[in-house]
Write a protein that binds this ligand. Structure first.
Ligand SMILES: [Zn+2]
Length: 254
């Protein structure tokens, strides 16, 4: 056990050192892509934009982006926009970088999973530390930025919930347990309302289980926070405290 722990500490140390020496630097073109295509970033106040860029460079220094299923080239645009989604979801949780998830696999479109024998647009694999995305679905989620459907946020939210429970790497347990209980209690009521048809703010996918509901709740939290807050002020506030950020007040106009 002790040996295993030392092994992980050593691994973390090497990763941290290599991240420091081979730090990813965003090119002016990538910053331009962000400003143009990533509304969350472009709406931030300048001070927060600086923090966002610093975290994004740290994330890109430690994650590997790999093309799959005929995706021959992973472009700088793909890296910057997927990395930015990770920063967005974890922006309030300063030290959280989803370090268990070291690889992002990118497929051109929906892909066939041999395990579930079905087509997927995205998934996370905690066993191998993978976040898997269809680029086409990622882009369409980003393009319509206030319909409450965003594949990137959805999959990163799955990874975030899992990362909180992973005990070995020193990054887990970042959710305040009292707030998490509060979240679970309120989310169960929301799921119930969704399933019995008395409320359709969250899309159907959220009714599947606790994991799916969390991912769908975060899609709405980031894509249409004003509407969310207006319709469900208590639940919205719980997410603000849990994620330690309020997408409404983070905006320069807010
Ligand atoms: Zn899901």
């Amino acid at each position: 056990m002790l040996l295993l722990k030392s092994f992980f500490i050593l691994g973390q140390f090497i990763q941290e050192i290599s991240g420091r020496f081979f730090r990813y630097r965003l090119s002016p073109k990538q910053k331009e892509i962000l400003a143009k295509h990533f509304l969350y970033y472009s709406s931030l106040r300048p001070r927060h934009q600086e923090e966002f860029l610093t975290k994004l460079e740290a994330i890109l220094s430690t994650k590997q982006f790999i093309g799959r299923g005929g995706m021959k080239v992973v472009t700088e645009e793909m890296k910057v926009l997927i990395g930015a989604t990770i920063v967005q979801v974890t922006f309030g949780l300063e030290k959280v970088a989803l370090s268990h998830f070291k690889k992002v696999l990118i497929y051109p479109d929906s892909y066939y999973s041999r395990i579930s024998k079905a087509y997927h647009r995205g998934e996370v694999n905690p066993r191998y530390g993978l976040i898997v995305l269809s680029w086409q679905s990622f882009v369409s989620g980003l393009a319509d930025s206030n319909d409450g459907v965003n594949l990137g946020i959805h999959e990163v939210a799955h990874a975030l919930k899992l990362e909180n429970q992973i005990r070995y790497n020193g990054e887990s347990d970042f959710f305040n347990p009292v707030l998490w209980e509060k979240y679970l209690e309120q989310s169960r009521q929301e799921r119930e309302n969704l399933k019995n048809g008395s409320d359709d703010f969250f899309r159907e996918r959220g009714g599947v289980d606790d994991h799916e509901f969390f991912a769908v709740a975060l899609e709405n939290f980031f894509e249409r926070p004003e509407k969310f807050k207006e319709l469900k002020p208590t639940f919205y506030k719980t997410l603000v405290f849990l994620l330690r950020q309020d997408p409404i007040t983070l905006k320069s106009g807010g």
